[in-house]
Write a protein that binds this ligand. Structure first.
Ligand code: SAM
Ligand code: SF4
Length: 457
């Protein structure tokens, strides 16, 4: 176990140790602060390193923030020097790079300089700048609205790499009817909490795994509560559950954007990750959705199974050749809950940096712009997920959620609502139970608790 005199800094240091795949028992850390200086002393594998950073601290929050930053930076320097490895985001962990950039801009500091200090590579600094540019229209539009998220944690089967709280419908079918009844109650209850609706996102799980009649009940409730929806996404999901009937239903209820998710266009990979569909089913689902005129998002994952750079390149090329409005490139992340996690100690995937680099080059050449960006723990190569869009086709929901610039009213199980308080930039959260039977049992309390949060001034 890592020895440190600062429990507050332990999680930050552990993030860096994990990113390098290093044993925490090999490190001892000592933190102190005095005379405006942050001191981090580290012993690693018998060698000693001392770091001293000066920063003018105005308040407790800034102190905590910079104590974490300097501790991470010190540990990063030690591990990077010892391993001769540089991570693409350097010592930046557990933070959305764009949010950090915005907060630096607000504080009239240069985020580029901060990122450089933290060892972020030049390509990633310019990626952040590009994302900020693409987001400008939505980021600068009037604040004060809300987005509605509807959680449908049901899937045809569980994919090997997935850590989302979702279960195969075969084990949850018995709850579906009651679950939908609860959703309808919640949708009615949140109507008065939303003064201006920016967007609706029905996500999963795999919403299209539900019967058409079940989906229709949800759409009907949404329409009755919110007749005018500027942007309406259904993360329909896995191509094996697509049908013309469900797509037609989406169209009839004003859905504007649909996600058809290949993850990979290699049948061998799809089989290995337990996706239970083929690439040709993805192409059919895509064509079927396109006929209805939806904006379409395709999700890809870099680092799946034992894919080579060539395999991944083929998936990127195929996705671009279809010309969808959005393509989201994830890099594999293995958190607890994923079946695959037990098999992988360290996310050291051959060629992952090359895959990420080629996706950026090809998407840019294909006329796409990066419009949102986020990172997760345990992500292959310490990389990131990037949403790409054709000109003017940014998904407002994704930007609003990632940058936390509007309230999020989230209904269903494992749904996290967020209320923004602009005067002190505070965000308060309310999470519903993850487990479906508990969600159903506590529905009255959930409705009351959420009301309480959103009626706070
Ligand atoms: C909430 S999932 C739902 C999508 C839908 N159920 C499907 O699988 O097509 C959204 C996206 O997250 C990505 N994702 C899920 N698990 C991941 C993992 N372990 N690493 C990287 N990306 C992941 C996938 O690209 C997936 O399409
Ligand atoms: S990746 Fe999608 S379909 Fe697969 S288990 Fe996760 S949420 Fe379900």
């Amino acid at each position: 176990m890592l020895l440190t005199n600062s429990e507050n800094l332990r999680p930050e240091i552990m993030d860096i140790l994990r990113a390098f795949g290093c044993d925490d028992a090999d490190m001892t850390h000592y933190f102190s602060y005095g005379g405006g200086k942050f001191y981090n002393c580290i012993e690693y594998l018998g060698n000693f390193y001392d770091f001293e950073n000066e920063f003018k601290v105005e308040d407790d929050l800034t102190f905590k923030r910079f104590a974490k930053r300097f501790a991470k930076l010190s540990v990063y320097k030690v591990l990077s020097e010892n391993s001769s490895v540089k991570l693409p985001w350097g010592a930046l962990t557990g933070i959305r790079p764009t949010k950090l950039a915005y907060s630096e801009i607000k504080a009239e500091r240069s985020y580029e300089e901060l990122f450089e200090t933290f060892g972020v590579n030049a390509e990633n600094i310019s990626l952040v700048s590009e994302v900020l540019k693409t987001q400008q229209k939505i980021y600068n539009s009037p604040r004060g609205g809300a987005d509605l998220f509807i959680s449908l944690p049901f899937c045809p089967t569980k994919c090997e790499y997935c850590s989302f709280i979702t279960a195969p419908i075969s084990s949850t079918r018995g709850f579906v009817e009651e679950y939908i009844n609860c959703l309808v109650r919640e949708i009615n209850a949140v109507k008065p909490l939303i003064q201006r609706l920016n967007s609706v996102y029905i996500g999963g799980g795999t919403p299209f795994v539900l019967e058409t009649s079940g989906l229709e009940k949800i759409f009907e409730a949404v329409k009755n509560a919110f007749p005018d929806i500027p942007e309406y996404t259904v993360e329909a999901g896995r191509p094996d559950v697509f049908s013309e009937e469900k797509l037609a239903l989406c169209k009839a209820y004003g859905v504007t954007r649909v996600c058809v998710n290949p993850q990979s266009f290699s049948d061998a990979t799809l089989e290995k990750i337990g996706r239970k569909h083929t690439a040709s089913q993805t192409l059919k689902a895509y064509e079927a959705a396109k006929k209805f005129g939806f904006d379409i998002n395709l999700d890809l994952i870099a680092g799946l199974a034992d894919e080579s750079v060539k395999d991944f390149e083929k998936s990127v090329d195929t996705a671009i050749s279809l010309n969808p409005e959005n393509i989201t490139v994830h890099t594999l992340s293995l958190k607890s809950g994923a079946k695959l996690k037990e098999n992988i100690k360290r996310l050291n995937i051959d060629g992952i940096n090359e895959m990420v680099a080629l996706s950026r080059t090809k998407l840019t050449q294909g006329g796409y712009k990066p419009y949102y960006l986020y990172r997760q723990k345990y992500q292959a190569g310490g990389c990131e997920n990037v949403g790409w869009c054709k000109e003017g086709k940014e998904c407002a929901y994704n930007i609003n959620v990632m940058e936390e610039i509007s309230d999020n009213v989230a209904v269903g199980a494992n749904a996290i609502s967020k209320k923004l308080f602009s005067e002190d930039e505070r965000i308060e959260r309310y999470a519903t139970p993850k487990d479906i039977p508990t969600y159903i049992a506590k529905i009255d309390k959930i409705i009351k608790d959420r009301e309480k949060l959103f009626s706070k001034e």
